[in-house]
Design a protein around this ligand. Structure first.
Ligand SMILES: Cc1cc2nc3c(=O)[nH]c(=O)nc-3n(C[C@H](O)[C@H](O)[C@H](O)COP(=O)(O)OP(=O)(O)OC[C@H]3O[C@@H](n4cnc5c(N)ncnc54)[C@H](O)[C@@H]3O)c2cc1C
Length: 527
């Protein structure tokens, strides 16, 4: 068995993990583990950009106001203020590190700022339509070059090592067990502070814009370690993800609807005007709900987004990436409509933390999409999430730098003496598909008590089977992820069942009204 020890261990190499690593590395020995490549995670796929108050005609109060409106009464105002007030500093930091944001020399900031749905100003700084990739590749180079950062790619964290697990007093985290996927063995990694920067849980749904890494690992690990979760029922769905067997997670930008794209049923009937007077230009959640309604009503696999009536040159000029990607799959969008489905896009809830990223377990932090700081409330304002990764990441780093190291206890090696090789791996792939399908059908965009209860029953059965598998067989990447997916699914359903109203992203047919008083859904693990 290999054992490693760092001052600080970071699990996940998205923008949250990278921010922490770079802020800590001057003074601490940092271990950064990531279950695939350094650059694989939602951060690299972010297209639109990062919201920040940069323009002098914009104001902190307006950005806060827009965030609170989107959050439908559930945002934490202190958190929102803290993040928005620090937004300019975070962008300055990225610019200093060399992130190539799109420039506009005629603008007072020197950068081109765009505007997105829900924002009252142009305040989204971006690098063309691939902001995330520009940010993570720039920061990734610094990470690789830093002598105090040990990067371990293809290591997947399995579970946190806590005082409870070690039979000690208190509620503290001392590190993690992780599977070295290449070497195929489990190692123990000890650290004074452990940070969950493991992203969201979009893969819990059949259709998602998220990369394969988004399996809720951090949420599930934190929950098992004794952390509360908040607002897990609020899952943001993007209305139009390409539906094609050979294309996973490809977004069809909202700009296609903005430029006149029409949503149609397979027989060509336009349906959005029956749902909302703004038709295709209604907000994201309204369009997603309408598509979901039509798909369920007619038993469809997808609907169609049609921009083919515009001149081919217009389409090719405005949507070069979408045009090229669809054409590769045999869909010429200048001639035919694009098959689309709504898809899980962002996990608004997560492990409950304070403004320094601290969870309920001492020595354990959660930063980025894995966390629930209160910024997103019941619906995330576009482009606020990358901002949150950086600001809470920096605050967590400051807290860690100010804290005193503890004496780490002896930690036992991972014990796999009682397990054997799995006899039937098909159980894992079958359960994986069943879970994601059940979540899509019963815990999607429109919910009912009956559907949620049906999902919970399925999840309980799946959970029993997966836990039995986990106890008896050698651990694999897929088994670790499936165990976490099913745990996260259960937290989403239990939270949804507790909300007796419709608010923000949570819409229940049994409770269509919004209650006058907004309250958070917080689940506490039993000891
Ligand atoms: C298609 C798309 C477009 C988006 N566009 C925008 C946008 O324009 N603006 C915006 O603000 N937000 C956008 N978002 C949301 C935003 O990208 C994410 O919320 C944000 O990147 C989350 O960052 P993170 O660091 O928390 O997680 P991620 O970037 O997802 O990183 C998580 C990391 O953890 C690793 N990991 C997970 N589990 C484990 C484990 N068990 N062991 C080891 N490593 C693990 C993963 O491999 C990965 O490296 C978009 C999201 C998507 C999917």
């Amino acid at each position: 068995m290999t054992n490693l020890k760092f001052d600080v261990l970071i699990i996940g190499s998205g923008l949250a993990g990278m921010t922490l690593a770079l802020h800590l590395a001057e003074k601490k020995k940092v271990g950064l583990i990531t279950k695939r490549d350094l650059l694989e995670g939602s951060s690299s796929y972010a297209q639109g950009g990062i919201a920040a108050v940069l323009d002098t005609s914009d104001s902190i109060e307006e950005h806060i106001h827009d965030t609170l409106v989107a959050g439908a009464g559930l945002c934490n105002e202190d958190t929102t203020r803290f993040i928005v007030e620090n937004s300019k500093d975070a962008i300055d930091w990225l610019v200093d590190l060399g992130v190539p944001f799109t420039r506009d020399d005629s603008h007072q900031t020197g950068f081109h700022l765009t505007r997105e749905g829900g924002h009252s100003h142009r305040r989204i700084i971006h690098a063309a339509d691939a902001t995330g990739a520009a940010v993570t590749s720039t920061l990734g180079q610094k990470i690789k070059a830093h002598p105090n950062i040990t990067l371990l790619e293809d290591y997947i964290a399995i579970d946190l090592i806590t005082s409870r697990k070690l039979g000690l007093e208190g509620k503290r985290c001392f590190g993690v067990y992780a599977l070295d996927k290449i070497g195929d063995h489990v190692i123990t990694i000890a650290a004074n502070q452990t940070i969950l920067a493991s992203g969201g849980a979009g893969k819990v749904y059949l259709y998602t814009t998220n990369p394969d890494t988004a399996t809720g690992d951090g949420i599930a690990m934190g929950w098992r370690a004794g952390c509360r979760v908040g607002n897990m029922e609020f899952i943001q769905f993007h209305p139009t993800c390409l539906y094609h067997p050979h294309s996973k997670s490809f977004l069809i930008s909202e700009a296609v609807r903005g430029e006149g794209g029409i949503l149609r049923l397979p027989d060509g009937t336009r349906f959005m005007p029956h749902h909302d007077e703004r038709a295709e230009l209604a907000p994201r959640d309204v369009v997603a709900r309408a598509i979901d309604f039509e798909m369920k009503k007619h038993g469809l696999d997808c609907v169609y987004l049609d921009i083919s009536y515009k001149p081919a040159s217009f389409i090719q000029e405005h949507f070069p990436n979408i045009y090229a990607h669809c054409l590769e799959l045999g869909i010429d969008i200048t001639q035919q409509p694009i098959p689309v489905v709504p898809a899980a896009h962002y996990t608004c809830g997560g492990l409950v933390t304070d403004l320094k990223g601290r969870t309920d377990v001492e020595g354990l932090y959660a930063v980025g999409e894995v966390a629930c700081t209160g910024l997103h409330g019941a619906n995330r304002l576009a482009s606020n999430s990358l901002l949150e990764c950086m600001i809470i990441g920096k605050a967590a780093a400051s807290d860690i730098l100010a804290s005193k190291p503890v004496k780490l206890p002896a930690m036992p090696d991972w014990d796999d003496s009682q397990v054997t090789d799995p006899d039937e791996e098909v159980v894992i792939s079958h359960n994986w598909d069943e879970l994601r399908r059940a979540m899509w059908d019963y815990v999607g965009i429109v919910r009912t008590n009956k559907r949620l209860e049906r999902a919970l029953n399925r999840i309980k059965l799946l959970s029993e089977e997966i836990n039995e598998f986990y106890s008896n067989f050698h651990i694999t990447n897929d088994l670790i992820e499936l165990r976490n997916l099913v745990q996260t699914a259960e937290l989403i359903v239990r939270s949804a069942l507790l909300r007796k109203e419709s608010r923000g992203l949570h819409f229940s047919r049994d409770y269509p009204e919004t209650l006058p008083q907004a309250s958070e859904t917080v689940l506490t693990p039993t000891e």
